[in-house]
Design a binder for this molecule. Sequence first.
Ligand code: GAR
Length: 219
Amino acid sequence: MSTRGALRLGILISGRGSNMAAIARQCRAGHIAAEVAVVISERPEAAGLGTAREYGIPARSIAWPGAARREQFEAAAAAALADAGAELIVLAGFMRILSPSFVTTRAGAILNVHPSLLPQYPGLHTHRRVLEAGERVHGATVHFVTSELDGGPRVLQSRIAVRPGDTEETLSARVQATEHIIYPRVIGWRAEGRLEWREERPWLDGQPLEQPLLEDFDA
Ligand code: GAR
């Protein structure tokens, strides 16, 4: 029997926070051995801050002083995360780029979800670019964060079919529905100790994870 306590999560958001809410619900339902210790946004108007408070989760807004001075945000965020006892940082629609020093000093302790099948379509407007390119499949990726933007080791990907008539909105909604499943699942693996960070790479169930796991969704 495990003596491991609930893994404390610090979630960074910039907007709606639907991934944050999905993770919080899975924690609350006891489906994953984690708890959301704090939610932080650089945007005081982020809807997800209100959602977090409705869930009884401490929610903080910390000003973003511009990319050139992002260390100010990072110092305040690091203090808030430490206050909350956060052990894993979860980027969930956090639309800022953290500095290499923030990220490298926390190697293996930051996860992100990105709305594409990385390494395809890093960056912004993924759904639009997928439609413009006429892709037949699309999806989302949960990965560890490194100083390479959207380039850290991938853990789990969801894949869906692009349907005739899809728009950015319909595609985004279907991809997000899969994010709400795969992101809590990866956090659960981390909380159970199945997913580890050793020798600068992810390990799953005691084996180095050479390739991400891929799950097809009929979404
Ligand atoms: C999610 O779809 C996530 O994949 C994307 O932002 C959305 C946030 O939604 N993240 C990125 O684009 C990061 N580059 P949410 O606020 O409802 O969770």
